[in-house]
Design a protein around this ligand. Structure first.
Ligand code: ADP
Ligand code: MG
Length: 720
């Protein structure tokens, strides 16, 4: 019975490592080789056309059809020169992965390769089965993809990929990218106005993002012998191995050679696609790793993260490995996240979260620091909603993870700067910058230089010159959390600008007005600042006292999108309409419910088809042994005890599984999305999963290893 497990183990033992060689010792020789980059464009296009394109990209403006034709023609020659035969509009639907439908360049009627501006700019994929939350009624079931020129076109395999947004016939967003682009525009507008209080030369503020991607890697053969991993992305059963991560020996340790070659291989592919991967290392849990690129423009970084995940999946196949992006593939071990390093940078190159040695610039820095903290304080529920998923629920608020409380960490030094600013009485300017001395603003640069003050338990941390949103899940498309973050900061900066203007209209000096409003904000947002251990029980209690939300599961968390306040906020900045928010909410509820349903079915199937038969078989063997001993008039009481133990767990297992199946049948009758998803959470997942797992994991411990059907944790985690 345990045939698949043992043949998989056999295969793993015999694996050899293929050494990967880079195309050149110099990365610059192949970086962006498969990207139709600005340089490529410049070389291929007439100077006036190139000027128009780069202007459109810079300003996020539409590209006219006449120049689209010229670009298409240049792209076609470039791509065909690389052996490309097909093209696709590449987009990020709400299913969570990327989507593409390939069309051939070859036009049989004309007998030649054709690629025109209209094919570049817009397409109507027959994509009616993507989730749309009721936004597309059947008679207008069309969805359109539209080219996003701000993200570079690339070649993957033999296909030209054109990054696009995906919208309905009536213009509603059906993807992750469209709202992000709008939120980025909103933050640009709001931040630019605020910066102009200090510097009139700034006319644009760009959001930047660097994603640290965590992942697990397991052998493909072992993976294939685990139906739970294959179909749900996580292990639903598995007794803790005698050794897990307690020795902390994996973290930053030497990378095993088979994995090292895999990393090298996907990094080469990523670099050719223009993804600036720069660091790799082991993570905390055995078989867990991290890869991080250099930060880029937020839109490109978001596309690159999705593309990178695709590349990692496909390259893993070449190495007979499986990469796991699930947030919690193994119980009892660290989960995987995706730290989103975020900052705002002006078109003049100033990072607004970079403290400097000049007092004037430090006031600007404080404006952005304090407004971001205030934005989180006011909108913690939206941030939480933006990272809600069935997988991430295991990292947020589950028993072995940090709570789902959105707090901000800024370090002791900045805390004292803010405290000082808050506590100092009325501020007067003596001469020039003297007031800043009193506030301690010019102390900032020294402290940031020494930024050892790190708190790994905070979901949202200031780390020297950027904020790190750490609670984002490893499997998530980061567009959504980034859209929400940029939106709430845009809103906050808008309010700030208005408040400053109002004060100034009353005759208050600009700097004094700014400082006074900051002082008020510091007070008002204090509750969200937390410097202690975010994983501790005390924090959960303390946060409750402070009135911070702590929503532990997805169906409840995403409700935040539907409040009147949220709808107003999203529509005020043109990021999403209330119809779009409602559609999204419905899609997420449905998606959540289906994920739990799939897990629940898998639990049932594996228990009934694999675990119970194995346990019964072993019981029979034991019964035979007991009989043999008793036939010889020998003591068989130990064996009998063992049989009782196993039959006890087997019985529990069988009845729990049947009860769970009945419950599912009942819940499937519920028509309301919210109610069904919430009940799947409470009455299926919470009520049964752990109990069933307990029985199965006990059986794993007591049943003879020789016949256990599923690869064990020690095998999945330590064989490679
Ligand atoms: P950590 O110590 O958390 O690993 P790193 O300094 O290695 O931090 O940076 C992690 C990520 O943050 C990288 O992707 C890096 O490019 C990115 N990053 C650095 N500076 C900025 C910035 N100003 N804005 C956005 N991301 C940044
Ligand atoms: Mg980090």
């Amino acid at each position: 019975m345990a045939h698949i497990r043992f043949s998989a183990l056999d295969i793993v033992q015999k694996r050899t490592t293929e050494r990967i060689e880079a195309p050149s010792n110099k990365i610059s020789d192949y970086f962006q080789n498969d990207v139709f980059s600005l340089e490529q464009m410049k070389a291929a296009l007439a100077p006036d056309v190139f000027k128009k394109v780069s202007h459109a990209i810079d300003k996020g403006k539409r590209i006219d059809m006449d120049i689209a034709d010229q670009i298409a023609s240049a792209v076609k020659s470039w791509a065909i020169g690389k052996g490309v035969t097909h093209y696709t509009h590449w987009f990020q639907p709400l299913t969570g992965s990327t989507a593409e439908k390939h069309d051939s360049f070859f036009n049989a009627k004309k007998g030649i390769e054709v690629f025109e501006g209209s094919m570049l700019v817009q397409q109507e994929p027959d994509a009616s089965s993507f989730p749309n939350g009721g936004l597309r009624t059947t008679f207008e079931a069309r969805g359109y993809t539209a080219w996003d020129p701000s993200s570079p076109i690339f070649v993957w395999g033999r296909t030209l990929c054109i990054p696009t947004i995906f919208v309905s016939y009536t213009g509603e967003a059906l993807d992750h990218k469209a709202p992000l682009l709008k939120a980025v525009e909103a933050v640009d507008k709001a931040a630019t106005k605020v910066v102009q209080l200090f510097d009139r030369n700034v006319n644009r503020v760009n959001a930047s993002l660097g994603c640290e991607q965590e992942y697990f890697v397991v052998d493909k053969a072992l993976y294939s012998a685990r139906p739970d991993l294959m179909l749900s992305g996580r292990t639903l059963f598995g007794h803790n191995p005698a050794r897990g991560q307690q020795l902390d020996d994996h973290y930053f340790g030497a990378i095993p050679s088979r994995i090292y070659n895999y990393m090298k291989d996907f990094e080469i592919e990523a670099l050719k696609l223009g993804i600036p991967v720069s660091t790799r290392h082991n993570e905390v849990a055995p078989s867990q790793y991290e890869v991080a690129p250099l930060f880029e423009d937020i839109n490109v970084a978001t596309d690159h993260n999705s593309l990178m995940m695709d590349v990692m999946k496909r390259v893993a196949e070449r190495h007979d490995l499986q990469v796991l992006f699930h947030e919690k593939p193994f119980a009892g071990l660290n989960g995987s996240g995706k730290h989103n390093n975020w900052s705002l940078i002006t078109n003049t190159g100033v990072n607004l979260f970079q403290p400097s040695s000049s007092a004037r610039e430090n006031l600007l820095f404080l404006v952005f620091l304090v407004n971001t903290i205030k934005a989180v304080a006011e909108n913690g529920d939206l941030l939480r909603a933006s990272i809600a998923s069935a997988g991430n629920d295991h990292r947020l608020g589950a028993n072995e993870a940090p709570p789902a409380i959105m707090s901000v960490f800024i370090g002791t030094e900045l805390t004292s700067v803010l405290n000082e600013l808050e506590e100092k009485g009325n501020i007067k300017i003596d001469k020039g910058d003297n007031m800043y001395m009193k506030l301690g603003i010019d102390k900032i640069p020294q402290i940031i230089m020494d930024n050892t003050d790190r708190n790994r338990t905070s979901p949202f941390a200031f780390t020297g010159n950027k904020f790190e949103f750490r609670a984002v899940g490893s499997d998530q498309n980061v567009a959504q959390p980034m859209a929400v973050l940029n939106l709430i900061v845009a809103e906050q900066l808008t309010l700030f600008h208005k408040a400053v203007k109002t004060e100034m209209d009353k005759g208050t000096d600009k700097k004094i007005a700014i400082v006074n409003i900051l002082r008020q904000y510091i007070k008002e947002s204090k509750k969200v600042r937390f410097e202690g251990d975010g994983y501790s029980e005390e924090w959960e209690k303390e946060a409750e006292k402070r009135g911070l939300p702590n929503v532990k599961n997805t169906p409840r968390a995403i409700e935040a999108f539907l409040s009147k306040r949220s709808k107003d906020l999203f529509s005020r900045h043109g990021v999403m309409t209330s119809e779009e928010l409602e559609a999204r909410n419905e899609i997420y509820l449905e998606n959540y419910m289906m994920k739990i349903q799939i897990e629940s079915r898998l639990i049932g199937d594996i228990a009934l088809n694999q675990i119970i038969p194995t346990a019964v078989k072993y019981q029979n063997t034991l019964a035979q042994n007991a009989k043999n001993l008793s036939d010889l008039s020998l003591d068989n009481s130990e064996i009998v005890k063992n049989i009782e133990l196993i039959s006890g767990f087997t019985k529990d297992l069988r009845s729990l599984v049947h009860e769970m199946i009945e419950k599912r049948k009942e819940l499937n009758e519920i028509a309301d999305h919210k109610e069904r998803a919430t009940k799947y959470c409470d009455e299926v997942k919470e009520a049964f999963f752990d109990k069933i797992r307990y029985a199965v994991d006990k059986l794993e411990l007591y049943v003879d290893d020789e016949i256990w059907p599923l690869p064990k944790y020690r095998e999945l985690l330590f064989l490679r």
